[in-house]
Ligand binder design. Structure first.
Ligand code: GAP
Length: 499
């Protein structure tokens, strides 16, 4: 990860936010290449889900419409959605170091101390911290702890008495931890000039609620009929207790969400459909078979809105920091009719739907494929990162050509003999349709190396023969193979390989 983070900074993919002021934990800025990559991922999702959605289980076209709702909504929305009461993480603070931990993310090692009482040390889940916790226990009981003496449990399972004899990862003293407290993840702000309880608002923690709020508007103003979907891409904000792993868990991020409204009897079928569609979609943009899997949530992981018995599926990716395990990329949830029912109850506005063919009025059930755009961008970066000690750049980014931030580069071999003019003409033509750069500076080897790190799949080089044979050399990023191609065949080549 360190190498990837450093490449992202060096090549203009992602920078720490507010860097010149020392940064701000949990926030990131996307540089020119990162923005292009993220936008390509976003546009691809919009094209494949909204403009040209997949065919349904019966082979007929399904209908999905787009939405762009406000980030700040009436505060009652978040009471109805359950976020004010239920969107919490348990956290513990260390009084000595002021560090804060997600109590459900840390594991405790316990062992009987000299006086007979249990002593606990806690760790943050990685192998080396396990060893560190054990070392700490050895110190407290003044001998080596044997494997069969160890007792492992979650920090959240400890009683107050047990917490009082727990030692944190960076402290010397025992008992510096506070009891776990529930911490609401929503960012608060206020509207208007006077700040009071009544002016309190929240930054949305998910884009989904904006969709539920507009369900009635969309049904009334568009010619949609259940089953149909509403899609939205946008920013979401969560005051995560422990933002970490680069852009994997940040406090400001983007989501790509679909709320699929259907009849309760058909929900199970649509749930299967969306799990299948969404996992294939990630594969279609280059996340290969072994690194991606579908996982059903354990019952105790269910979100407050998930329908009991149906659960949620995660589409997970094997990130370097989760290896050999996987981390969530997208959740496909069966939300039942929880959200529309709650908004109907809290707003007192009817949100039921009259289904003409079925001659039945009901509140539709919802299947929700909810993907992280920021997390998806990280998965693409991780998947693309390919060390290759043999080449000048030592590493190349093997993006799928269709989502690469630069899809082709056009280079004049040298800046004379008419080569820059031919390069400029070709670049102007190709950029009408693709993301193409041109560059005249430095040796051709250095220019190729730069494009390898940027993940550009094809470089077209105009050389001394081009003016006479009307052909250029195309260099393939992954194999470094070079071949001659006619100038008037380049567009067709790009259409075939990039799309
Ligand atoms: N509307 C449902 C919902 O928001 P979620 O599982 O909490 O469900 C959906 O979030 C997706 O949003 C996740 O699968 C993940 O990709 C992304 N996501 C959630 N929290 C995130 C964070 N703190 N940083 C980056 N991405 C996040």
């Amino acid at each position: 990860m360190d190498e990837l983070v450093s490449l992202c900074k060096r090549r203009g993919f992602i920078y720490p936010a507010s860097e010149i002021y020392g940064g701000i934990n949990g926030f990131w800025d996307y540089g020119p290449l990162g923005t292009a990559l993220k936008n390509n991922l976003r546009d691809r999702w919009w094209r494949d889900m909204v403009k040209r959605p997949p065919l349904g289980p019966d082979g007929n076209e399904i209908s999905i419409v787009g939405l762009d709702s406000a980030i700040i909504q009436n505060a009652k929305v978040w009471e109805a959605s359950g976020h004010v009461g239920g969107f919490n993480d348990p956290m513990v603070d260390c009084r000595e170091t002021k560090a804060r931990y997600r109590a459900d993310h840390v594991l405790c090692l316990g062992v009987k101390g000299e006086s007979g009482g249990q002593i606990y040390a806690f760790i943050e889940g990685e192998d080396d911290s396990l060893a560190a916790a054990r070392k700490k226990l050895n110190k407290y009981i003044k001998r080596d702890v044997a494997d069969d003496e160890l007792d492992t449990c979650a920090l959240t399972d400890l009683s107050a008495d047990e917490l009082a004899i727990t030692v944190g990862p960076d402290t010397k003293a025992v008992g510096t931890l506070t009891e776990p407290r529930q911490f609401n993840l929503m960012f608060e702000s206020s509207t208007g000039a006077i700040k009071s309880e009544d002016s309190k608002v929240y930054l949305r923690p998910e884009t989904a609620q904006g969709i539920f709020l507009n369900f009635g508007n969309v049904v009334d103003t568009m010619r949609v009929k259940v089953p149909f979907g509403i899609a939205q891409i946008g920013k979401a904000f969560r005051n995560e207790v422990t933002p970490r792993n680069f852009i994997f868990r940040s406090r400001e991020f983007e989501q790509m969400e679909i709320e699929w409204f259907c009849h309760e009897d058909e929900a199970e079928q649509w749930f299967e459909f969306w799990c299948d569609v969404r996992s294939k979609w990630w594969q279609s943009i280059g996340l290969t078979g072994d690194n991606i899997l579908m996982r059903k949530h354990d019952d105790d992981e269910l979100a407050h809105y998930a329908k009991e018995g149906c659960g949620t599926f995660d589409i997970e990716y094997r990130f370097p920091f989760t290896f050999p395990g996987f981390g969530e990329l997208e959740g496909v949830a069966h939300r039942g009719n929880f959200d529309l029912s709650r908004h109907q109850e809290f707003s007192k506005k009817k949100l039921s739907y009259f289904d003409q063919p079925k001659n039945e009025r009901y509140i539709p059930h919802v299947i929700e494929p909810s993907a992280g755009l920021s997390r998806g961008t990280l998965a693409l970066l991780c998947e693309a990162y390919t060390p290759d000690p043999e080449r000048a750049s030592k590493v190349y980014m093997a993006f799928h050509p269709s989502i690469a931030p630069i899809q082709a580069a056009v280079f004049p071999l040298v800046g004379k003999d008419g080569m820059p003019e031919i390069a400029h003409k070709l670049w102007s033509e190709l950029r009408e349709r693709w993301d193409v750069v041109t560059d005249i500076k430095q040796s051709i080897g250095k220019r190729y190396a730069r494009m390898d790190e940027a993940g550009c799949p094809f470089c077209f080089t105009i050389d001394g023969d081009t003016a006479s044979d009307q052909a250029v050399t195309v260099r393939h990023r992954d194999t470094q193979a070079q071949e001659r191609i006619a100038l008037d065949k380049i567009s067709a080549f790009m259409a075939e390989h990039v799309g």
